[in-house]
Design a protein around this ligand. Structure first.
Ligand SMILES: [Zn+2]
Ligand SMILES: [Zn+2]
Length: 383
């Protein structure tokens, strides 16, 4: 405690200075060392200095505390009061209040300390940031697999908050203006804790604006925003997968004081009747006639771009899978594509002509004869 500098020395005044001299010295030093008035690299030093001079002033400007200090030095103060107590008793909630209290000033009084300190931050100022970004909006858009394959542009309609056209975002009734917040005195933050180790937090009364609305705008009920339907075109990249969230900057809610939020477009790729998608690969199912399965041949396979020819080898099995490289989905943000898997089934007609029936019966006779020779166990099935 005794390492503290003498309060008179701190303020640069004589021991017998009167209250006017104390005030004048403090005001001069407070302006010089206020952390918001010095370059960044000097801020830390200035803060320390500012605390020191404010503490000296708090004691010397109070006759009782000054008397104690004069008699016992720092010990007389430290033992009786913490500085937190000093300032709590004085009900000073922030620096501009302290200074206004001492020197007068405030709005309309010729630029007192309040104008100088308005918006000033001190102590834990990093922690007290008001959120001035508008709300984000999330919408969903459904696209086809073909759209996802080629990429597309979609027009979407959604609702966002824009600055109220009646009050231009102020939230105040036409002809009126927001007034200074009575709780934080326009600073937007309130100081809690002790004077020395204070913490600032966003003012609960005004939400950090520093102003409150007395007469609310009838259109936006004081929120400063009104809802508007917005129509925009969103570019959807090729290869997009379900659940991808595309950000459209600044297309969320506007903010009466800050920058707008973002719009997030969540893409939903609809299921396809012919293709199943597994990441970047596609699969499809094709039934081929029995003679093609046995003899082999060429079939036409649909892809998302065009039909292509695929060779079926002789004796193709039911359920056999063929892989067509590069005919799957394009990979998002890459130049290569997945594969297309073709699963082969045997086509069983539900109706056949009498001519076909005769052919098949003849075939069965031939078949059962040769099949029965090789596999006697099945013989009775055909008899
Ligand atoms: Zn309004
Ligand atoms: Zn406030």
């Amino acid at each position: 405690m005794s390492s503290k500098r003498d309060y008179y020395e701190v303020l640069g005044i004589e021991k017998n200075s009167d209250i006017a001299a104390i005030k004048s010295a403090y005001r001069h030093l407070a302006l010089k060392y206020h952390p918001d008035r010095v370059p960044d690299e000097k801020k830390k030093e200035a803060e320390e200095k500012f605390k020191e001079i404010s503490e000296a002033y708090a004691v010397l400007s109070d006759p009782q505390k000054r008397a104690n200090y004069d008699k016992f030095g720092h010990a007389g103060i430290d033992q009786q009061y913490s500085y937190e107590d000093i300032f709590r008793q004085a009900d000073f909630s922030d620096f501009s209040d302290i200074l206004n209290n001492i020197f007068g000033g405030g709005p309309g009084r010729g630029g007192g300390f309040s104008s100088f300190f308005s918006g000033g931050r001190f102590g834990a100022r990093e922690s007290a940031h008001r959120q001035t970004t508008g709300r984000d909006v999330e919408i969903r858009v459904s696209i086809t697999l073909e759209d996802a394959y080629g990429g597309c542009e979609k027009e979407v309609t959604y609702t966002r908050g824009v600055k109220c056209s009646s009050c231009d975002g102020s939230g105040a009734k036409a002809g009126t203006k927001p007034v200074r917040c009575p709780l934080c005195k326009g600073r937007g933050v309130i100081t809690e804790g002790s004077f020395i180790f204070s913490v600032e937090r966003i003012c609960p009364e005004c939400g950090g604006r520093g102003t409150v609305i007395k007469y609310k705008c009838g259109v936006c009920a004081g929120h400063g925003l009104e809802k508007k339907n917005e129509k925009i075109k969103v570019k959807i990249p090729r290869g997009v997968i379900s659940g991808t969230s595309l950000r459209v900057r600044n297309k969320g809610y506007e903010s009466p004081e800050g920058i707008p939020g973002n719009l997030y477009v969540v893409v939903q790729v609809e299921p396809h009747s012919a293709f199943e998608r597994i990441e970047n690969d596609l699969s499809t199912h094709i039934d081929i006639p029995y003679p093609v399965a046995v003899l082999g041949g060429k079939i036409s396979v649909p892809t998302l771009e065009k039909d292509i020819q695929m060779k079926i080898p002789p004796s193709c099995k039911d359920g056999q899978v063929f892989r067509l490289k590069g005919y799957g989905m394009p990979r998002l943000n890459a130049s290569y594509s997945g594969d297309l898997f073709v699963k082969i089934g045997i086509f069983i007609p539900s109706k056949i002509s009498s001519k076909e029936k005769a052919f098949l019966e003849e075939y069965l006779k031939q078949f059962s004869a040769s099949f029965g020779e090789k596999k006697p166990f099945y013989k009775k099935i055909f008899e």
